[in-house]
Design a protein around this ligand. Structure first.
Ligand SMILES: [Zn+2]
Length: 419
C-alpha cells in the first residue's frame, strides 16, 4: 500500500499547510491472521493545519479500499452504539416529518443499525463499501443482517456518489440524510457537502455527526486520529463551507464523553423551515478565537500526550514487573492508535472484543491476539486497558467474569488512571 501525499488543503486548496502533530508511521487498523504471509505495512499518520481555513487534515491518504472493503467495527454488536445511532434518528425526526412517501439515506450505513430506527414504512437507502457486514437480500426490498430484518430498504455496497444516488432516486430528494463518522473520511469534503445540498429535500434535514476536534485536543483523545479519517473539524469551518453550498445549520449538539462528538443539523437555506437554536451562536462564539489558538492547542496536546504516555506506561510496566497481566478492550482503530502511539504492544496480553469474526486473529501488524470477552479471566488477567470512561462502562458490562474476580480497569483518556 502506498500513501498519497497532498500538496494543498482538501477544503480550500491553499498550500499554507503547517505541521500540527506527527504520530509517525503506524499500521493501518485492520485484522489479520497470525499465519498470513503478507505482512501489513506501516503508513504515515501525520497531521497538518491549513492556516487559511483552519481545517486539520492528514497529509497522506491511504488507499480507501484497503480500509473500508473489510471493515472491522459492526455497530449492531454494541448495545450502546446502537442506542446512540437510534438517538440520531429520533433527534432528526423531531424536526422533520417523514412518511412512506419520503426517503431516508444513511451514508456509511455499516450493518444498517441506524436505518432500523425509522418507522418500517419509510423507504430507506444505505451506502457502505464494506463487504463483510453479513448483509443478505431476502426479497427485492427486504434484508437480513445477522438475524435482524430490515424492510423497505436498498443497501448499496458502494461508496456514496451522486450518480449512484440518482440511479436509485432520479431527481427525487431525501427527507433525512445521516452521516455518522463518515464525513471526515472524504477526500473531497467540499464536493461531498455540495452533493448533500443537491439531494436534500427542501423540507429535509441532514444530520452530520463526527468527532469534535477542539474537545479531543483538550482531553488527550488521540484515539480520534486514524488513517481512515482524513479531516478533523471544528464547527465554524464546517458551518462556513455548508453555508457556501446553500445549507444552514439550525441546531448543534456536543455529545459523548467530554463533548467529544459534534452533531450538526442542517437544512436548505431557501426554506429556513426550523428556527435556529441558540446553541448555534453559543458554539460559534466559543470558537471565536480558535483560528488563532489552534497551533497552540496542538502544542499543548503534544505535551499533554507525552505526560499521559509516561504515566500510562509507568502504570502498565510496574504492573508487569509485579507479575500482573494487562489486556485491552476492544479492537478498535482508537485502541490500535493508542497501543502504537504509546508503544504498549509488548505489555498487552490480548485484546478482548465482542465480535466473534475477529477471535483468533491479531490487530494488523501487532502481535496482540484478539480474544472473546470470556478469555481474559481464563488467562488470570489483572488489569483491563480501556480508551475512555464510556468504554469502561461498556467493558464492565461485557466482562462480568473479569469484574467479579476483582479485575481492575485502566482508563487511558483524558488521563491515565486505575479504577
Ligand atoms: Zn484550507
Amino acid at each position: 500500500m502506498a500513501s498519497k501525499k497532498i500538496e494543498k488543503c482538501r477544503l480550500c486548496g491553499s498550500d499554507q499547510l503547517v505541521k500540527a502533530i506527527d504520530f509517525g508511521e503506524q499500521y493501518v487498523m485492520g485484522v489479520s491472521n497470525p499465519s498470513d504471509q503478507a505482512q501489513p505495512t506501516k503508513e504515515p499518520l501525520s497531521l497538518v493545519l491549513c492556516t487559511n481555513c483552519s481545517l486539520v487534515q492528514l497529509i497522506y491518504s491511504v488507499d480507501p479500499d484497503s480500509v473500508f472493503h473489510q471493515y472491522w467495527q459492526r455497530s449492531g454488536r454494541s448495545e450502546k452504539h446502537r442506542e446512540f445511532l437510534h438517538q440520531v434518528v429520533r433527534e432528526a425526526i423531531k424536526h422533520t416529518t417523514i412518511t412512506f412517501k419520503d426517503c431516508a439515506v444513511d451514508i456509511g450505513c455499516n450493518d444498517a443499525v441506524l436505518l432500523e430506527a425509522y418507522p418500517p414504512e419509510v423507504p430507506k437507502i444505505g451506502f457502505d463499501p464494506a463487504r463483510n457486514m453479513g448483509i443478505k437480500r431476502t426479497s427485492f426490498d427486504t434484508w437480513t443482517i445477522e438475524g435482524r430484518e430490515l424492510r423497505n430498504a436498498e443497501l448499496i455496497t458502494q461508496y456514496f456518489s451522486l450518480p449512484r444516488y440518482k440511479l436509485e432516486r432520479e431527481e427525487e430528494k431525501t427527507k433525512i440524510i445521516t452521516t455518522v463518522d463518515v464525513f471526515p473520511d472524504m477526500e473531497d469534503p467540499k464536493q461531498f457537502i455540495k452533493d448533500m445540498a443537491e439531494i436534500l429535500h427542501p423540507r429535509g434535514t441532514w444530520v452530520n455527526q463526527m468527532p469534535y476536534l477542539p474537545s479531543a485536543l483538550k482531553n488527550n483523545q488521540l484515539n480520534i486520529f486514524s488513517h481512515e479519517s482524513l479531516t478533523y473539524w471544528n464547527f465554524q469551518t464546517f458551518r462556513k463551507e455548508c453555508r457556501n453550498a446553500g445549507l444552514d445549520v439550525y441546531d448543534v449538539q456536543l455529545v459523548g464523553d467530554n463533548d467529544s462528538i459534534i452533531r450538526v443539523f442542517l437544512q436548505q437555506r431557501k426554506t429556513g423551515l426550523n428556527h435556529t437554536s441558540p446553541s448555534v451562536s453559543a458554539l460559534a462564539k466559543k470558537e471565536a478565537s480558535l483560528k488563532k489558538t489552534m497551533p497552540g492547542l496542538f502544542a499543548q496536546f503534544g505535551e499533554s500526550l507525552a505526560i499521559n504516555r509516561a504515566n500510562l506506561k509507568d502504570i502498565i510496566t510496574r504492573s508487569a514487573s509485579a507479575g500482573k497481566k494487562t489486556f485491552a478492550f476492544d479492537a478498535t482503530a482508537g485502541m490500535s492508535a493508542l497501543i502504537q502511539t504509546y508503544g504498549l504492544a509488548a505489555y498487552i496480553l490480548c485484546v478482548a472484543d465482542r465480535d466473534d469474526q475477529k477471535w483468533g486473529k491479531n490487530i494488523s501488524g501487532l502481535a496482540v491476539p484478539i480474544v472473546s470477552p470470556d478469555d481474559p479471566v481464563k488467562m488470570s488477567a489483572d488489569f483491563c486497558l480501556v480508551e475512555t470512561k464510556a468504554s469502561l462502562e461498556e467493558a464492565a458490562s461485557l466482562l462480568k467474569g473479569f469484574v467479579s474476580k476483582g479485575g481492575k480497569f485502566i482508563t487511558a483518556m483524558p488521563e491515565s488512571l486505575i479504577t
